[in-house]
Unconditional design. Structure first.
Ligand code: SAM
Length: 202
């Protein structure tokens, strides 16, 4: 594999894929699910070369945009995969492979009849627990109050994680970190942003 190429073709590997397969080292590994146009990962990978960053994105146009932006920088600690996240967590990656999983602004599906499409259900949380290390964390941000409440209750019900923040299990997130495209949009519209951290139980 060409290590300066930021797009990983998982069909070239035998499963389960390890962090050494992708990065050629065992440095701490951060996963972002649904990276959109990749600005968060590109910034994080540039700022912290001691960690590896892997992103999963289902939409081809966004995936290609991120790859094009990253390619100019030749970051050896950043890779993108064009794949559906739950399939990847279930079938592609080695257990306990990630130190940290980030989901920035998962699709909210605000209409009741569409809520079955939301990413955070029991099966998905089970997959997260499997791929996270024992001391690993999942960090989630959303602008939807009803969704963050549902996410906290799904994680608690799973028995696989505990919320890092006291009740109600999330906080209103302040600015200061790298903002994703969606985060910029919501902040410019003066919308509140909520953040939750879940600790994987050993
Ligand atoms: C609301 S956008 C947020 C994008 C980016 N994280 C941001 O904050 O700007 C949600 C992203 O998650 C991606 N996505 C949704 N479901 C996914 C799945 N099952 N697997 C991988 N990506 C997914 C969408 O294609 C979209 O790019």
């Amino acid at each position: 594999m060409n290590l300066t190429n930021s797009a990983v073709d998982i069909s070239l590997f035998s499963f389960p894929i390890t962090r050494e397969d992708i990065f050629g080292n065992r440095n701490p590994l951060v996963l972002e699910i649904g990276f959109g146009e990749g600005e968060f990962l590109i910034d994080a990978a540039q700022c912290d070369r001691s960690r590896n960053y892997l992103g999963l994105e289902i939409k081809g146009g966004r995936f290609r945009k991120a790859v094009r932006a990253a390619e100019k920088l030749s970051l050896e600690n950043l890779r993108f995969v064009h794949v559906e996240a739950e399939i990847a967590l279930r079938q592609v990656f080695r257990e306990k492979m990630f130190d940290l999983v980030l989901v920035n602004f998962p699709d909210p599906w605000p209409k009741k009849k569409h809520s079955k499409h939301r990413m955070f259900n029991r099966e998905f949380i089970g997959c997260l627990a499997k791929v996270l290390m024992g001391s690993g964390r999942a960090v989630i941000k959303t602008d939807q109050l009803s969704y963050i409440k549902q996410i906290v209750s799904e994680f608690e019900r799973s028995g696989l994680f505990r919320p890092a923040y006291p009740s109600p299990g999330f906080i209103e997130a302040r600015t200061g970190e790298t903002e994703t495209k969606f985060e910029k949009h919501f902040r410019e519209a003066s919308q509140k942003i909520f953040s939750a951290i879940f600790l994987n139980l050993p």
